[in-house]
Design a protein around this ligand. Structure first.
Ligand code: ASN
Length: 496
């Protein structure tokens, strides 16, 4: 199953089960209230959830959920750390221990859940995302604001939802699940100390939303690299965060930047600004940069990019400070630690820290897909087709047909679709995501297009890059007539 992604409507895999390792590091989720406040209590979490009917099928040995409505049973094991930690007591070596445990058990399980305190969860999630290179299985970090030992709590829902996600979907990322949202871990911050929606991901949309249905936003999920998992441990701790404020004392800055510091996240004002009327301030940053300290500029704002729009931002660039785009402080800090852990030269770290390594930042130009409706695109295709030789034309047409068919299918353009297929296009040809015209027509609920495509030999069993069939798309869109057509046409491989 490595490298594949299940469908939004999980396939019925009766008799099959997925195995999830729950790595329980501590946090409020398994705490009990004592005389000095909440403290983690060994064994309590495992005992509580195994006596909960949603987590334990009474007819099965310990660690089996009841079968889901898709017939899928999740087998889980809990690996409890000793000691269990409040996440405020965690250090970088704890991040490495979690990464190593995932690596050690990688082949035995389909997915991993890390139960963790909320206070530093976003740091751990970010650190794991960098350390787990070539991840192709689901890793979800979660926890709670109220322990499962209390009658009213958020721990049961968070853990159960995370288990269902991990037990049904291959989302090859380090996600952070909290209060019905799965976020990309390295995009999150803890933004509410009291509320149950404690995390936000201001610069990147949720990867999944859990409501009546589970809606995985596959278009946001990173594709696996296809390489074997490799853990690159974080061993460099000479990194720090410096939050500017008006009138920041010069001597504090000088002391802060002293060796052995290697990496700094500089939290600046607005879109990346710092004073440009204090030459001694900029000179101190320049001296540190020249010594090999890598300084990354992130914003103090909750949302948005750092860019040198004002002269205060440009002055920082002149002082050797690198733009951190829309990275969170947590991501920037753990990324610096990660990059310095492999003995890279400062120049190399400076080059990589502003690059997107694990989806932790958005480049200034958002990634765009070709749109068939873009005039410039259409014009350039027309020009190319009119000037190239017949062989070239055939090659270009072959490459474009799938995109054109998908575009026509999405728009419900039956005449256009017919024209392309009559012109020789293979109705089963997929676009760059291996999505076919039938996927698009099914997703949009265009019954007459579905009928036409089936009549010219389009296969209802083709799977796109995320392993979705056209039926999955129709189910997701709730298009009953299309669902009926596709169920009637599907081969033995089809499901649901
Ligand atoms: N102090 C706790 C922790 O981070 C907070 C929590 O889990 N809600 O471990």
């Amino acid at each position: 199953m490595a490298g594949t992604i299940l469908t939004t409507e999980p396939r019925v895999t009766t008799g099959k089960q997925r195995s999830v390792l729950i790595i329980y590091t501590g946090g409020t989720i398994g705490m009990r209230h004592g005389p000095r406040g909440y403290v983690p209590e060994p064994g309590l979490l495992a005992w509580t959830i195994r006596s909960h009917p949603a987590f334990q099928d009474p007819t099965m040995p310990p660690g089996f959920t009841p079968a889901s409505r898709h017939g899928q049973r999740i087998r889980y094991e809990i690996k409890e750390y000793d000691p269990l930690l409040d996440s405020s007591n965690m250090g970088m070596h704890d991040w490495v221990q979690i990464a190593r445990d995932i690596e050690r058990h990688y082949d035995e399980h389909d997915a991993f859940i890390v139960l963790h305190g909320t206070d530093t969860m976003a740091y751990t999630a970010s650190a794991l995302s960098f350390m787990l290179e070539n991840l192709d299985k689901t890793v979800i970090i979660t926890g709670a604001q109220i322990p499962v030992s209390e009658v009213r709590n958020d721990g049961v829902d968070n853990l159960l939802d995370a288990l269902i996600l991990a037990g049904h979907y291959d989302i090859p990322e380090v996600g952070l699940y909290f209060r019905s949202r799965l976020y990309r871990g390295n995009r999150t911050r803890k933004t509410d100390a009291d509320g149950l929606s404690a995390f936000s991901s201001a610069n990147f949309p949720a990867l999944a939303r859990v409501g009546i249905d589970i809606d995985v936003r596959w278009e946001h999920v990173l594709a696996p690299t296809g390489e074997r998992l490799r853990v690159v441990p974080i061993t460099c701790s000479n990194v720090a965060v410096l939050r500017l404020f008006p009138g920041f004392p010069q001597h504090v800055l000088e002391n802060f930047l002293a060796p052995p510091l290697q990496g700094v996240v500089l939290e600046t004002f607005g879109s990346g600004n710092a004073p440009d009327n204090r030459p001694e301030f900029l000179a101190a940053l320049r001296r540190a940069s020249d010594r090999g300290v890598v300084i990354v500029n992130t914003t103090q704002c909750d949302r948005g990019h750092v860019e040198a729009q004002y002269s205060g931002g440009a002055a920082l660039l002149d002082a050797g400070v690198v733009g951190g785009a829309d990275m969170t402080t947590e991501a920037a800090l753990t990324k610096l630690a990660f990059l310095f852990s492999s003995d890279r030269a400062p120049e190399e770290v400076r080059r990589l820290v502003g690059r997107d390594l694990r989806g932790e930042l958005t480049g200034r130009e958002p990634r765009r897909r070709f749109s068939f409706r873009e005039k410039a695109f259409v014009r350039s295709v027309a020009e190319t087709l009119s000037t190239s030789d017949p062989d070239g034309r055939a090659a270009i047409a072959g490459a474009l047909y799938p995109v054109l068919m998908c575009s026509a299918a999405r728009l419900g353009d039956l005449a256009g679709l017919r024209r392309i297929i009559d012109g020789g296009a293979d109705p089963n040809a997929g676009d760059y995501d291996r999505r076919t015209a039938l996927h698009l027509a099914a997703a949009e609920g265009h019954v007459e297009l579905v009928d036409y495509l089936l009549s010219v030999g389009a296969s209802p069993d083709t799977r796109d890059r995320w392993d979705h069939t056209p039926l999955d798309d129709a189910l997701r869109g709730g298009h009953a007539r299309v669902i009926a057509r596709l169920r009637g046409a599907a081969g033995t491989d089809a499901d649901a």
